[in-house]
Design a protein around this ligand. Structure first.
Ligand code: IPE
Ligand code: MG
Length: 224
């Protein structure tokens, strides 16, 4: 979800207004995913690198997250959304942490769209965390190093219950991954659009999915 700041700047508004508008896009896109029968969506809301932003901006982003958690739980139950967070939330305020965990708990048996928020998420941190957990188990004798394969590794990632993404969309014309799901995106189709996140809507999502449907996924096999 990129381009909130530029959206605001273009309109002569403070960056925070861009984030506010971006949070409306989240609701719109989640709605569109349900209509389009998408099963999983993961939104990169706050990266491990975003702590470098000003205190003010971080505070505003946390505030928006808080509002989202307060206002959306009812809606998630109504729509059958399963809510999940990936990332290390231990650095978040106790209040936010409580709301996140209770949101996950409340919605865990829902069977509709799985909505994943990446919060204080960084792929390198996630991979290192998995390495530490596995190393620990090796030391305890619970895992033999020779048996560590992709499956074992995957089970130690934050995304253990989530399939690898089919499609990755990045808005606002930036063409990079920025530490997002590096392991999981090995065979993901990438889609980049100039549209700024606050302007992104159902039509843009449909366009991305149409483009995705024209791609041939070979996973290393020869062309048909
Ligand atoms: C998205 O917009 C930000 C987050 C989800 C944290 P940006 O804040 O990166 O917007 P630009 O790149 O300044 O336009
Ligand atoms: Mg940006």
């Amino acid at each position: 979800m990129d381009g909130n700041g530029r959206w605001a700047k273009k309109k002569g508004l403070p960056r925070i207004k861009g984030h506010f508008e971006g949070s409306k896009t989240v609701r719109r896109v989640v709605e569109a995913c349900i209509e389009l029968k998408v099963r999983y969506i993961t939104l990169y809301a706050f990266s491990t690198e975003n702590w470098k932003r000003s205190k003010r901006e971080i505070g505003a982003l946390m505030g928006l997250l808080n509002n989202f958690l307060n206002s959306e739980l009812n809606n998630m139950m109504k729509k059958g959304i399963k809510f999940k967070v990936i990332g290390d939330i231990s650095l978040f305020s106790p209040g936010l942490r409580k709301k996140i965990i209770s949101g996950e708990k409340h919605t865990k048996d829902n069977t509709g769209l799985t909505l994943v928020l990446a919060l204080n998420y960084g792929s390198r941190a996630e991979i290192l965390n998995a390495v530490r957990e596995i190393a620990d188990k090796c030391l305890k004798g619970d895992i033999k190093p020779q048996t560590i394969d992709e499956d074992v590794f995957k089970r130690h990632l934050y995304t253990k219950d989530i399939p690898d993404p089919d499609l990755l969309i990045r808005t606002s014309g930036e063409i990079r991954l920025s530490n997002f799901l590096l392991w999981q995106c090995s065979y993901t189709e990438f889609y980049f659009t100039e549209v700024l996140w606050p302007d992104f809507g159902k039509d843009d999502l449909m366009e991305a999915i149409m483009e995705y449907s024209r791609r041939e996924r070979r996973y290393g096999k020869e062309r048909a």
